[in-house]
Design a protein around this ligand. Structure first.
Ligand SMILES: [Zn+2]
Length: 552
């Protein structure tokens, strides 16, 4: 049933009704009779919205906005449907994932046999001797109850080197030929910050490599992707994101190649979301030398923060913790970079005016990262550095207090509780009340964001809402109920807070005059939905910059 807004809900909004400068007022498109949730505190609800040249020119009641329509204005009657600002995925790897979807075997499958079959099929179509690469493999989601072993991969494909990346991206599984090509054998020493796993009984290679040991393999894999492939990757992932209501995403581990791909896709009219492209610390010298820093670009493609990595991952259980993993009393996870390395790169970027985003999952990782940020601000204070803690998963009161003092921004995983429930037992019930800690962050006045980390996590915003509101996984287990937030708070986290994390809160993240016309039309109202079915709310249309990027 179409819902008409009560007249009284508009009392007090008249004064807030604002228009953009006169010459912009000729509305090209008016959406009306909607249930518009604006995320603008001065005018939280509206019925209509007028758009011209990719921007919002007016938001208000039907009466206020419809009179801006001229004979040439297109009008869409929303039938009471709910409209939200477009979702902002503040930490994800879309360009990287797009290329993976183009070229690699999707191993998000439910048995080792199914993965073997998919690799075998790809090998049959691959020229002899060339690599067969898989991604999105998840050891906790196969029915076998054990991880992939080198023997499984050798049995599937023996005449091609094979590497299957874990969904989390921090570990990979290889066949014998892959190790041979990389010059790794049983006696190869673990590189600093990495691990080459051995079978506990035989001492032979198990097939798994973790963290920086992945670099030894990466060096052996030829990267024969063309500039066009990277553009195609962005085009492919653009459609996947738009379908779910995402209008902006941060490329959290970007490179100059990604930046080029975004510009190419945009020029070709294929970029359907706004990209905030982080630059990995390995490229920071060349970027600084070229005079580039955070903020360069425009509303579609912008240079983001420099990315550093402090510790391991949550989904692969390598995050660095102060107390050991459940059932593994001597396993505390991995630190990937030393504090001194983080500081050296951090200082360089900080002095050159870059925002910094450091991957920090475990409480030890977060503590280390905060110490580096505190030192940078002490030695060279900057006005609004908006230091970011990428993921910022396992927290405590001291860490939260220091984050608040620094104005640091956490980007906790939004869909993990719902989607990765089977991994939660490694952390334990008590620790889960201090993980993905949105309730704690919001109560402390910290602007946490929505973040999928795709491919490691799912990016569907409606799944993020359900996960954050219910803290319940797909099997009905509740994990860390103290961190539940409301639907309205979850929407704020996924919209205006994401804009703040990229210094764009004046440009996007809410529906108000002057901002870009990025929005999503939903089939049902999330505020009225039973929380356990939020994920089933259909996205009917997505708009970015005044253009429909998805229509069901
Ligand atoms: Zn990431």
């Amino acid at each position: 049933m179409p819902t008409k807004l009560n007249r009284r809900e508009f009392v007090g909004t008249v004064a807030a009704f604002t228009l953009f400068p006169l010459e912009e007022q000729r509305a090209e498109l008016v959406l009306h009779n909607g249930n518009i949730v604006t995320m603008n505190a001065r005018e939280p609800r509206a019925q209509a919205i007028a758009i011209a040249r990719g921007r919002i020119v007016a938001v208000g009641s039907d009466a206020d906005v419809l009179h801006l329509a001229t004979a040439s204005t297109k009008k869409i009657e929303l039938g009471g449907k709910t409209v939200l600002p477009g979702f902002i995925d503040a930490h994800s790897h879309p360009a990287e994932a797009g290329v993976m979807h183009l070229r690699m075997v999707d191993c998000d499958l439910r048995s080792i046999a199914a993965i073997q079959a998919a690799l075998r099929e790809r090998a049959a179509k691959t020229p002899a001797g060339e690599w067969v690469l898989g991604f999105k493999y998840d050891d906790t989601k196969t029915s076998d109850g054990r991880p992939l072993r080198i023997g499984d991969l050798d049995a599937a494909v023996s005449d091609h080197p094979v590497q299957v990346e874990h969904r989390g991206g921090h570990t990979a599984y290889c066949n014998s030929l892959a190790f041979q090509k990389a010059g790794i054998d049983e006696k190869t020493a673990d590189p600093l910050g990495g691990k080459i796993d051995h079978d506990a009984t035989t001492g032979k290679l198990s097939g798994r490599v973790a963290e920086s040991a992945r670099g030894l393999l990466e060096k052996a894999i030829p990267r024969n992707l063309t500039r066009d492939d990277y553009r195609e990757g962005v085009k492919l992932i653009s459609k996947m994101l738009a379908k779910t209501g995402i209008t902006s995403a941060t490329e959290a581990q970007g490179t100059p190649t990604d930046l080029q791909a975004y510009q190419d896709a945009r020029e070709a009219g294929e970029l359907l979301y706004r990209a905030y492209c982080f630059i990995n610390y390995r490229h920071i010298d060349e970027m600084i030398a070229a005079g580039v820093r955070t903020g360069l670009g425009d509303e579609w493609v912008r240079v983001g923060a420099m990315k550093l990595v402090c510790d391991g991952s949550i989904s692969e259980r390598t995050a660095r913790l102060s107390t050991a993993y459940e059932g593994r009393p001597s396993d505390y996870g991995i630190l990937v970079m030393t504090e001194e390395q983080l500081y050296t790169y951090g200082r360089k970027a900080h002095l050159a005016g870059w925002q910094i985003g450091t991957h920090a999952n475990g409480d030890v990782g977060i503590d280390t990262t905060l110490r580096v940020y505190e030192r940078l601000q002490r030695e060279a204070p900057r006005k609004d550095p908006r230091f970011r803690l990428e993921h910022c998963t396992v927290i405590n009161d001291d860490l939260v207090r220091r984050m608040k003092a620094l104005g640091a921004i956490p980007t906790p995983f939004s869909t993990y509780v719902y989607y990765h429930g089977e991994k939660m037992r490694y952390y334990g019930a008590e620790r889960l009340n201090h993980m993905f800690a949105l309730r704690t962050f919001l109560d402390a006045g910290i602007r946490a964001t929505q973040a999928s980390d795709y491919p490691p996590g799912e990016f569907v915003p409606m799944m993020a809402l359900q996960s954050e509101v219910t803290r319940t996984d797909t099997k009905g287990n509740v994990w860390g109920p103290k961190q539940k937030i409301t639907v309205e708070e979850a929407i704020r986290v996924g919209t205006i807070n994401g804009a703040y994390a990229s210094y764009e809160e004046d440009v996007k993240g809410s529906l108000e005059a002057g901002k870009v016309a990025d929005l999503v039309v939903l089939g049902r109202d999330p505020m009225k939905e039973e929380p356990s079915t939020l994920v089933t709310i259909p996205v009917e249309r997505t708009m970015a910059g005044g253009r429909w990027t998805f229509e069901a």
